[in-house]
Ligand binder design. Structure first.
Ligand SMILES: Cc1cc2nc3c(=O)[nH]c(=O)nc-3n(C[C@H](O)[C@H](O)[C@H](O)COP(=O)(O)OP(=O)(O)OC[C@H]3O[C@@H](n4cnc5c(N)ncnc54)[C@H](O)[C@@H]3O)c2cc1C
Ligand code: SF4
Length: 570
């Protein structure tokens, strides 16, 4: 049978782009459908980067230039069924819907997971009420793919700096970029308290690399696209895929249906609507879902597919964010730099105190997540926090709530629970008439205890660095919702942009949705190339791992697995 393309891919974010780059390198062709607009690169060779990105806070943070517009594409959220059908409608951890997906305005801290993250149950044991499992693959299986995506994206880092990191087959392709001023204070204070901060591995060039310039530390990284394309993810992979001539990119095309054969065991293609609202079909030998861990299960549930386990959409995980804020008596110039230049991992490795806190709470163990050493948000957000009137300008000039703040954000490990899920909202619909995705999510007690244990440590670091005062908060709120929670700019739903686990990977089709090669158990030629496949969330940003998994899936599909790498001796 003739098909329109060998592979058709839903979504052009880091997962879809990595998959497309790999298969086109091996001579396969693909069509990539992306519902968002194209602000990233020209559509004709040599696919030059576009120049629409800037440090315009109104355009990128307060308007929805990179989409999605929550009025047109609402999502809904509730903590559990006691909230009724929904607690709120609108922006629920939306990532950009645009060519390049969330990669476009992520500030691209790209740490790897550690060996024990792939065998959490074996290492630490089960936790009541959570579905803690080992992954069906190991760190050693993924190491060559980690190394390859680090080269492909262009990651700057120091492979000797993090004492907790797992083994690597080689150094990062670039050295780390310069430190932010505030980070020089917070890392020194963290070291004095026995912690181990290190330069964040970042997908922004520290030196010219891959035909793109070095980052100039303009300071508008997270939430803005890079005006000079010093960030590699995902433009580097997309350009290379397009340059083969074997990848067709179709923006403003929303996939509405996965087409299957009569037995519903093989995918035959996709149906989509173009910008004019006209419906089209594409036939293909393989269909790859890379719409992100929220939209992938939504599409499957809308089509009633690949769900013999009943687990599509379940085990939704974010990172529970603990934000510890310190107010300094002097300016920190946090608007200069790459948003975050340093991390520490200490809270992912339970020490005596963490074990004691767990015991006292009746839990077998607790783990936090990476802590990002960063600054406060932009001036427009700051302006909205001061009352209007004569005091407004002096407040902005003094900038207590921006230029004198330093913020630790801990991306706390979120245990998988089957009750946390994406499903279809029974009443709310998007602009195309499809049921909105609904998140039902309440953190496990593990996250509450871990956050309560670690926040005071982070505040001690801030005070040790010179802060005059400190406080901590979380997203989502971990207790009962208060009036203050309702006013919180972070909102009631998790603000985390790390969404994982809604089509978990495993060997057993009754307890997992995709196999160890990222193929759906129920539909052999349907694959997943986003973080929906994650079994656990760990406390690390998901993007490097989801890209490594997408690369691995593409290499295995095309019969080109990367050679295994060896743990260095010693
Ligand atoms: C401000 C910010 C900072 C971040 N910082 C970091 C960080 O430092 N480190 C880190 O690891 N992660 C970070 N992230 C998260 C990171 O962006 C995501 O992990 C990553 O983008 C996920 O990649 P993906 O390819 O799975 O999905 P996405 O990037 O979400 O891409 C999916 C694409 O598919 C498209 N799509 C979905 N459904 C359809 C459909 N039906 N039809 C057609 N197209 C569809 C979407 O429009 C989207 O463009 C950050 C995110 C944000 C927003
Ligand atoms: S800080 Fe660097 S990578 Fe980030 S947007 Fe500015 S120039 Fe680009």
């Amino acid at each position: 049978m003739t098909v329109d393309a060998r592979v058709v891919i839903v979504g052009s974010g880091p997962g879809g782009a990595t998959f497309a780059e790999a298969i086109t390198r091996f001579g396969w062709d693909c069509i990539m459908l992306e519902k968002g607009r194209n602000h990233l690169l020209e559509r004709e060779p040599p696919y030059a980067p576009k120049t629409v990105f800037s440090n315009d806070e109104i355009k990128f943070v307060h308007r929805h230039v990179l989409g999605p517009d929550p009025l047109l594409e609402p999502r809904t959220y509730r903590r559990d069924e006691d909230d009724g059908e929904r607690l709120l409608v609108g922006d629920v951890n939306n990532l950009p819907s645009t060519v390049g997906g969330g990669g476009v305005h992520a500030d691209s801290k790209l740490p790897r997971f550690r060996e024990e993250d792939f065998r959490l149950r074996t290492t630490y044991g089960p936790v009541e009420g959570a579905a803690v499992e080992d992954w069906p693959i190991s760190y050693d299986d993924l190491e060559p793919y980690y190394a390859e995506v680090e080269r492909s994206i262009g990651v700057a880092g120091d492979h000797t700096a993090n004492p907790f990191a797992s083994w690597r087959s080689g150094p990062y392709p670039m050295p780390p970029g310069p430190d932010m001023y505030g980070a020089t204070l917070s890392t020194a204070a963290a070291e004095r308290l026995g912690l181990h901060p290190y330069p964040a591995p970042t997908g922004a060039n520290s030196v010219p690399y891959d035909g793109r310039p070095a980052c100039n530390n303009c300071g508008f990284c997270g939430l803005y696209g890079c005006p000079i394309h010093a960030k590699g993810d995902p433009i580097a992979m997309l350009r290379r895929a397009l340059q083969t001539g074997r990848c067709q990119l179709r923006p403003e095309c929303v996939v509405t249906d996965i087409l299957v054969d009569r037995r519903r065991r093989r995918a035959t293609g996709l149906r989509y609507l173009d910008a004019a609202g006209d419906s089209h079909t594409i036939t293909a030998e393989f269909v790859v879902l890379a719409g992100g861990a929220f939209e992938t299960p939504r599409l499957l549930l809308h089509n009633g597919l690949a769900n013999s386990s009943g687990l599509v959409g379940r085990h939704l995980m974010y990172h529970v964010q603990t934000l510890s804020v310190g107010g300094f008596p002097f300016r920190l110039h946090g608007h200069r730099g790459r948003s975050v230049t340093h991390l520490h991992d200490d809270h992912l490795v339970p020490d005596r105190e963490a074990r004691r806190a767990a015991r006292e709470a009746g839990l077998p163990w607790i783990r936090g997540g990476i802590v990002e050493h960063g600054a406060a948000a932009g001036p427009v957000l700051e302006a909205k926090t001061y009352q209007p009137g004569p005091g407004h300008n002096p407040s902005m000039y003094h900038s207590d709530l921006r230029d004198r703040l330093w913020v630790f954000t801990m991306q706390g490990e979120d245990l998988p629970q089957p009750t946390n899920r994406v499903d279809l909202d029974p009443a709310i619909r998007d602009v195309w008439g499809r049921p909105a995705g609904r998140a039902t999510y309440r953190p496990h007690r593990h996250e509450v205890v871990a956050s309560a244990h670690i926040a005071p440590i982070l505040e001690r670091v801030l005070l040790g660095a010179g802060a005059e005062w400190s406080f901590s908060t979380t997203s989502p709120p971990l207790g009962p919702i208060t009036a203050l929670d309702r006013q919180n700019p972070l909102g009631l739903a998790p603000a985390s942009k790390h969404v994982m686990g809604t089509c978990r990977m495993g060997d057993d089709p009754t307890t997992s949705v995709v196999d160890a090669q990222s193929r759906f158990h129920d539909i052999e030629n349907l694959l997943c190339a986003d973080s929906a496949v994650f079994v656990t969330s760990t406390g690390y940003g998901p993007t490097l791992t989801l890209a490594a998994l997408a690369l691995r899936a593409a290499c295995l599909l095309t019969g080109n697995p990367l050679p295994r790498t060896n743990r260095p001796a010693g």
